[in-house]
Write a protein that binds this ligand. Structure first.
Ligand code: C2E
Ligand code: MG
Ligand code: MG
Length: 683
């Protein structure tokens, strides 16, 4: 850097409006430009040669240390400092300081540049600034005079309300009035505009388009020197988007998306409120739990889309049947609940239940499939059964479970005795677990006889529970319970093992036992079933041909390829599959073709009415005719009378099983019957 250049450079700096000064390494000012003179009021003559400390404000010190200390090793330092002008005025400035070095990199001195931080604005600038802040705000701003006449609005006002400034100015705030607020509310807003104090809240306004919108508003006033209100201003934002999101959230958290009905949580809220009111005015009412029957089967047979549509239609019919003040909610896949929050009498809830059941009667047509669903409805009433939502729901559930256990559609009012039963069931479940371990379970065998020659051609293994106190408990009671809890898996394994062991015993005793069938519940039906059965047979050295499996329709309608594959595996092992309780599920005979099933057992419920009931006879006839076409073997279950036997035999049934010939008997007894070749009298 030449001296000439240095001179030249300084001349530029000197004339700059930016205040710049140089200091030697001790802190004495060595130059002072015009900007510095303007800012501080000192001329170069006054300033140069002074120590820089003479520019420091009284407040200085805070964080500001000796120059030498803050000096950067390599570059610039920037800091906020307080300085004092010649006039005595203190001011805040941003100081940029940098080190000057000579050609040998030795420090020459410091260059300091200051810029004042403007704290106050000139009045005009201030107005301009304020105006632009107001104009650019994304909140709507509305200024009114003491007569509530609009004197000024901003751009956001226009974009929110749709009114251009000239359409709004001169009008009163009635322009935006939605009409949804009462006089009292408006009175409070007006009072705020007249200076009663700031007001903040939500107001429903009306846009130019006529559309109403929720806005969050705050109102304050402007006063003159005398303290009188001259203007009021409202700052507002359109919260309709917020509201929509809120409403959507509300819908999502409180309503079932499939049917649009309240969900369980919301039902609780609504009923809690209803009960609180009922407590005050001693009202009474009821809770109905509605369990759709065989809904699973529909879902499994026809797919979830049909199932979903069915639920929507059911929900719609229920809703139409009920009064507006009744609460209807969907609380589980196939479960609805109703709260009747004011009924005159206990019996009235039964009438509502009947109406609900009746709406299901005509059936539903979905994608040209005709579906029939029934329902079990459990009812609890208040105040008799309780006065809180949870208890009432629990009791309605107890009643519905009771109905379901009996396999019935219809409705049932809760009674305390039922709760007792539910408790007993609970207890029994624990006991069943123990029974399995304590060897209280045993197998009985019911012979199947040929309708051609009356001879025993098979037997069904039926489980029995010998309860130490309660005596023999029916599997019709504990098997469904075991299925619910999953205990059926252990029980099923036990039955398989025990059946194989028994067949082995008969074999060793030299009894020529016909094939024995075992009931397999749907929950046992998994990929490993063939392996488990194979292992049980192996353990007892038995061929697969001595076992037959009875499966139920509910399994078929699960209809997945997985199920078919497992069935094929079982058949490939040499096992015979028969379908139990045929006619009670949804499956049609045509549907059956897909499965490798050899025999059909006509359910006892169709046999009961034979030969008196035309309907039962027609069903039995249809089943037999079609089964013959599919070359299925037909077994009639639960034959108790000769008349039934004759009818079924004439129809073409192959076998029968029932009390007419024999109930399920102990293993030894069956062996005796087989050995003695006891036959059914076919006359
Ligand atoms: P299921 O497989 O349909 O068995 C036939 C049921 O009808 C048996 O009842 C049998 O005793 C009864 N029964 C037979 N003939 C007559 C008759 O002429 N009149 C009447 N009224 N009833 C008759 P049980 O033994 O009480 O079994 C009921 C159900 O429990 C069985 O129905 C079956 O679904 C289930 N079950 C029984 N043992 C087992 C088992 O080891 N495993 C599985 N998963 N379920 C079983
Ligand atoms: Mg069976
Ligand atoms: Mg059966």
């Amino acid at each position: 850097m030449t001296d000439a250049f240095r001179q030249h450079a300084w001349r530029i700096l000197e004339q700059l409006k930016v205040p710049i000064m140089t200091l030697d390494m001790m802190g004495y000012l060595t130059s002072w430009n015009q900007g510095a003179e303007q800012l501080f009021g000192y001329t170069p003559q006054e300033a140069i040669g002074q120590h820089v400390l003479f520019l420091y404000a009284d407040e200085a010190g805070d964080g500001e240390t000796q120059l030498a200390e803050i000096l950067p090793e390599q570059g610039d330092a920037v800091m906020e400092v307080w300085r004092r002008k010649k006039s005595g005025e203190n001011f805040k400035a941003v100081l940029t300081i940098s080190l000057l070095r000579d050609d040998e990199q030795q420090p020459l001195g410091l260059v300091a540049q200051l810029s004042e931080v403007t704290q106050t604005l000139a009045p005009l600038d201030r107005q301009r600034l304020h105006a632009s802040i107001i104009e650019d705000s994304d909140q709507g701003i509305l200024i009114t005079d003491i007569h509530e006449r609009i004197v000024s609005v901003n751009a956001a006002f226009t974009s929110i309300t749709g009114y251009l400034p000239h359409e709004a100015v001169g009008q009163t705030t009635d322009l935006l009035r939605s009409g949804v607020h009462d006089a009292d509310f408006r009175g409070r807003v007006l009072a705020a505009m007249q200076g009663s104090g700031p007001w903040q809240g939500e107001i429903v306004g009306k846009r130019k388009s006529g559309e109403l919108f929720p806005q969050s508003v705050s109102i304050s006033v402007v006063r003159n020197e005398a303290g009188l209100v001259t203007h009021a201003f409202s700052i507002f934002s359109d919260i309709s988007v917020l509201r929509e999101t809120e409403a959507r959230m509300q819908r999502l958290t409180n309503f079932d998306s499939l049917t649009g009905l309240p969900n369980r949580a919301h039902f609780h809220q609504l009923v809690d409120q209803g009960l609180a009111a009922a407590r005050r005015n001693e009202g009474c009412g009821a809770i109905l739990t509605i369990d759709l029957r065989r809904f699973d089967t529909v879902n499994e047979t026809f797919g979830h889309e049909i199932g979903d549509e069915l639920l929507r239609q059911v929900a719609k019919r229920f809703r139409q049947t009920l009064r507006d003040e009744d609460v209807l909610a969907r609380t589980a896949a196939d479960e609805f609940v109703v709260a009747l929050l004011s009924v005159q009498k206990r019996e009235h809830s039964g009438i509502v239940a009947q109406k609900l059941l009746a709406t299901l009667k005509p059936g539903f047509v979905i994608e040209s499939i005709v579906l029939h669903v029934g329902a079990s409805i459990g009812i609890s009433v208040f105040p008799e059964d309780g006065m809180d939502t949870i208890t009432l729901l629990q009791f309605a559930d107890v009643a519905v479970k009771r109905l379901k256990a009996e396999g019935e559609s219809g409705y049932l009012l809760y009674s305390p005795e039922m709760n007792q039963r539910a408790k007993e069931r609970w207890q029994l479940e624990g006991e069943l677990r123990q029974a399995l371990a304590a060897e209280q379970l045993l197998l009985h065998f019911q012979p199947k006889v040929s309708l051609r020659n009356g001879r025993i051609v098979g037997a069904e293994a039926l489980i029995r529970w010998m309860h130490p106190e309660k005596g023999m408990i029916s599997p019709a009671f504990f098997i469904p319970m075991a299925e619910e809890t999953g205990l059926i898996l252990d029980i099923g394994d036990w039955v398989l093992e025990e059946t194989c062991r028994q067949i082995r015993r008969w074999k060793l005793a030299g009894t020529d036992m016909p094939v024995v069938s075992v009931n397999i519940s749907a929950r046992q039906f998994d990929q490993l079933l063939p392996v488990r059965i194979g292992a049980a047979l192996d353990r007892h050295g038995l061929p697969a041909a001595c076992l037959q499996l009875e499966i139920t329709e509910s399994l078929l309608v699960r209809g997945t390829d997985g199920v078919v594959q497992i069935m094929n595996d079982l058949v490939a092992m040499g096992l015979v599959l028969s379908m139990d309780d045929f006619g009670t599920g949804y499956s049609s005979l045509a549907y059956l073709k897909r499965f490798p099933i050899t025999a059909l057992k006509i359910d006892r419920s169709f046999v009961v009415g034979i030969p008196g009931d035309d309907n039962d006879c027609a069903i039995a006839r249809a089943i037999v005719t079609m089964a013959q076409q599919l070359r299925q073997e037909i077994v009639a279950e639960g034959v108790e009378t000769k008349a039934q036997m004759h009818f079924l035999r004439a129809l073409g049934c192959d076998q029968m099983q029932g009390f007419l010939f024999s109930p399920a008997v102990a293993a030894d007894e069956l062996a005796r019957m087989v050995r003695e070749d006891v036959r059914l009298n076919l006359d």
